[in-house]
Ligand binder design. Structure first.
Ligand code: ADP
Length: 190
């Protein structure tokens, strides 16, 4: 079972992914977390990624795709993946299908967390105060949302055409949203 958690920045992808991973024993793959680890370790990749992330832009496709290919190839013994923050562009979506197909796998479902912009911005600003993430500031949040609508949201059509898109409201308590997500997953895997 391979699940893609989809949604705008601030929609709760990371929080829900962590819980889903625990419940279903899947491997959590967060490209944002992986890139931040590289940034903290000040690797060449991390320094390069920082120059995009701090402006609210996407890290180039070939870099992120290369990172994921390696990870998928090195983890063929896991029962499945939860992809969180990947894919974020159409080329990434196509690359994900190809890399899974190489291992006889596919995307099982795409859970899309839907939330209004105002709520997204409020949450990110709140998170910025605690996390100190350089991209959780008002200006950078605006550009992340623009990038989301321009480059990432079109992936919804891509997955809708494949019959894999499930929309879930991102409004409500963490428990309520988790409950909606698990009922969808349980129905699909039953
Ligand atoms: P959020 O979804 O809250 O914006 P993430 O932690 O998923 O946060 O991502 C933070 C930043 O890392 C993104 O704004 C982007 O610059 C970079 N990033 C993460 N995933 C990808 C990806 N798949 N492709 C390109 N850039 C990415």
């Amino acid at each position: 079972m391979n699940i893609v958690i989809f949604g705008a920045p601030g929609s709760g992808k990371g929080t829900q992914s962590e819980r889903l991973v625990k419940k279903y024993g899947l491997k959590h793959v967060s490209t944002g977390d992986l890139l931040r680890e590289e940034m903290q370790a000040k690797t060449k990749l991390g320094l390069m990624a920082d120059s995009y992330i701090s402006k609210g832009q996407l890290v180039p496709d070939d870099v992120v795709i290369g990172m994921l290919e390696e990870l998928v190839a090195n983890n063929h013994d896991v029962p499945g993946f939860i992809f969180d923050g990947f894919p974020r562009t159409l080329p990434q979506g196509k690359a994900l299908d190809e890399m899974l197909a190489k291992h006889g796998e596919k995307v099982s479902m795409v859970l899309s967390l839907e939330l209004e912009d105002k709520e997204l911005v409020d949450r990110l600003l709140k998170r910025g105060k605690i996390s100190g993430r350089s991209d959780d500031t008002k200006e950078v949040i605006e550009s992340r949302l623009k990038v989301y609508y321009g480059q990432t949201a079109p992936l919804k059509e891509f997955y809708k055409d494949q019959g894999k898109l499930v929309r879930i409201t991102g409004q409500g308590s963490i428990d309520e949203i988790f409950e909606s997500m698990t009922s969808v997953v349980d129905r699909i895997i039953a």
